[in-house]
Design a protein around this ligand. Structure first.
Ligand code: X8Z
Ligand code: ZN
Length: 623
């Protein structure tokens, strides 16, 4: 799990829990009883024994998974010391079982087994193993503590009279970063949130040490190597694939970054935005500068008119969190998928409770391997959340589609697939679609392709280097190449190199800026989102073709197309039963994850950006 959010919880869970493939775990004693004890004099194992072991392991992991998942659900919905402790204990039990089973599974590695059993045994061994109970307990307690600290984190502004103003939660700060155009305010808010994570830096340092110990007990060089081993290819090959993909799309990012710098300079002035070198990170409308959609009003093409504002329409319609979710559900049912179960609506958390701390970062959960699926999200009526809700239901429809698979295969083909499904669907949220469902005036402007592509690029293209560098940083941390004293230095070196953004103010002793990102505090691997950003365009192109569409990809919506829906459903139903390469081939005919579809989608924008940049560069040279 860790790496791959377990089938049941999509997002973080895994981390605390087990690793990689989401195996659940269990109490050591029970595990021992469940798994066949090795024979005294190591008689050669038989195929029948191996198959029996796999069956029993799956049954045990499933049980531990469900217990740990419920404890985790409660702790994230009610952050208290007690719920944290309960989640940590259940996580420890799960980890204990997973680790023991992983070690026992090795005994069967040399056997020639039926494909499914061989795959399950392999997945079973992609976990960490901490044989010391105290260390296991410490590990899961640290994980629960960091996640709770992130969820509770607040910034309380200092007032001139020495007191403190009303404290702000992350969601409120994100809203300010999205809407304010006052650079001093933006910087204050940015710094305010980045002042929260230093409190759990030491926890993270201790956690990394324990996690590495667990990875090494299983024979991996470190936890980063374990994470990179989860992609049906050698771990070194996976690192090289990531770099290849980044190089493929980097020219497009560079064009967008150059254009954005010009516009930010026009907007904020040369004293705030330098002509060269990295751009201050607080100016991108997002706490992590990971998506720049909120800059659209500043960046929109001249003559594009007032930007279409889906958020304003949702607010004007008084769209509730449930109705936002219903829009997304109707998209999936239009493809032929089932309606969400009644319990989804009864048990999900859709809005931020007023009376308690919850982990607001959106997540999707599979609680029982069957129909008990839920999301936890603090939905607000914004265009961003409209996309995120489609994203979350992508996880849920994946969970529902593979629920008949055996426990070990109730997962995505790889974690990037899991992240890509909902985003693929959201790519079909086009102006035509919005008109069809009554969220855009049918008489609204004719197509504004460049404006629409730019808006999309601010979400998808701007995100690419961030999605790549988060785990580049963590791989080095886990490998011991980046020491705790250099966490911030290494983080900002990567952010400057890949994103071209700079810390708005000097680094501070004891700082932990990486920890201000949810997935670092919750130890959820991030390479999955980078892969998903490639895969969703490959899937979108394949589904549009399946639907018989031949026009430009940005205008294609598969809404209501049952043929495309069947193709998507076939992918989802496979779960993790086959190597992801096979799943991709069946879906798109392609053998590799590739940025070509993304580049095709944005090709007209690239031409436009390069022309704009040539003009803006020439103007700047003159002035
Ligand atoms: O964490 C998420 C999802 C849940 S899996 C809301 N995302 C990443 C993020 O917020 O940083 C979606 C895109 C990137
Ligand atoms: Zn997700």
């Amino acid at each position: 799990m860790s790496k791959q959010p377990p089938r049941r919880l999509r997002l973080r869970l895994r981390l605390i829990l087990a690793l990689a493939t989401g195996l659940g775990l269990s109490g050591a004693a029970q595990t021992a009883a469940a798994a066949p004890a090795p024979k005294a004099r190591a008689a050669a194992p038989t195929v029948a024994e191996a198959e029996q072991f796999v069956r029993e392991a799956e049954a045990l992991l499933e049980k531990r998974d469900f217990i740990a998942g419920r404890a985790e659900w409660v702790s994230q919905n009610f952050i208290t010391d007690d719920t944290e402790m309960i989640a940590a204990q259940a996580g420890e039990q799960r980890l204990s079982a997973a680790g023991e089973l992983a070690l026992k599974a090795r005994r069967f590695n040399k056997l020639k087994l039926p494909e499914a059993s061989a795959r399950k045994l392999k997945l079973l061994q992609l976990t960490l193993m901490l044989s010391d109970t105290g260390e296991r307990e410490a590990y899961t307690r640290l994980a629960a503590g960091m996640s709770g600290a992130y969820g509770k984190g607040k910034y309380c502004p200092k007032l001139a009279d020495g007191g403190t103003g009303p404290c702000l939660a992350l969601g409120e700060m994100e809203k300010l970063l999205a809407q304010s155009r006052d650079p001093a305010k933006l910087k204050e808010i940015w710094q305010g949130w980045h002042g929260v994570s230093p409190a759990y830096k030491q926890k993270y340092v201790d956690y990394v040490a324990l996690s590495n110990k667990g990875a090494r007990e299983m024979g991996f060089a470190d936890t980063g190597a374990l994470w990179r081993s989860q992609y049906d290819m050698p771990p070194e090959a996976f690192g090289a694939e990531m770099e290849r993909l980044w190089q493929q799309v980097k020219p497009l990012y560079d064009s967008l970054h150059t254009y954005t710098r010009h516009k930010l300079r026009q907007s904020y002035g040369p004293a705030v935005v330098p002509a060269t070198g990295p751009v201050p990170a607080h100016l991108f409308g997002n706490m992590w500068s990971q998506t720049w959609n909120n800059l659209y009003p500043i960046l929109k093409p001249a003559g594009a008119g007032a930007p279409y504002d889906l958020g304003a329409v949702l607010v004007a319609n008084k769209t509730s969190a449930e109705e936002m979710t219903r829009y997304a559900e109707r998209f999936y049912t239009s493809l032929g998928m089932e309606a969400l179960p009644k319990t989804f609506w009864e048990r999900s958390l859709l809005t931020k409770p007023k009376d308690r701390d919850v982990v607001c970062h959106a997540s999707a959960w599979q609680m029982d391997g069957a129909q008990d699926v839920r999301i936890k999200m603090c939905i607000t009526p914004t265009a961003e959340d409209f996309t995120v809700i489609h994203h979350e239901l992508g996880h849920i429809y994946y969970d529902l589609a593979y629920r008949k698979q055996p426990h070990m295969f109730k997962n995505g083909a790889n974690d990037g697939f899991h992240e890509a499904i909902g985003d693929t669907v959201a790519l079909s949220v086009t102006p035509d679609y919005l008109k069809q469902v009554g969220l855009m005036d049918p008489a609204a402007a004719a197509e504004n392709d460049i404006g629409q592509l730019l808006e999309r690029a601010l979400g998808k293209v701007a995100f690419l280097p961030f999605a790549y560098m988060v785990d580049k940083w963590r791989w080095d941390v886990y490998a011991g190449k980046t020491k705790p004293a250099d966490y911030d230095k290494a983080w900002w070196a990567l952010r400057e190199q890949y994103q071209g953004v700079a810390r708005p103010s000097p680094m501070r002793e004891g700082g932990f800026d990486a920890g201000a990102k949810y997935h670092v505090a919750a130890d959820v691997p991030y390479a999955r989102y980078f892969l998903a950003n490639m895969l969703q365009f490959q899937f979108h192109r394949a589904l549009c073709r399946e639907a018989g569409y031949t026009g430009p990809l940005n205008r294609c919506s598969i809404y209501g197309n049952k043929k495309a829906g069947e193709k998507l459903q076939a992918l989802l139903t496979m779960g993790a039963s086959k190597p992801w390469q096979e799943a991709l081939k069946a879906m798109s005919g392609e053998e590799r994850i590739d940025g070509g579809a993304l580049l095709e989608y944005f090709a007209p924008l690239k031409t436009w950006l390069d022309a704009q940049n040539a003009m803006l560069d020439a103007q700047a040279a003159k002035s």
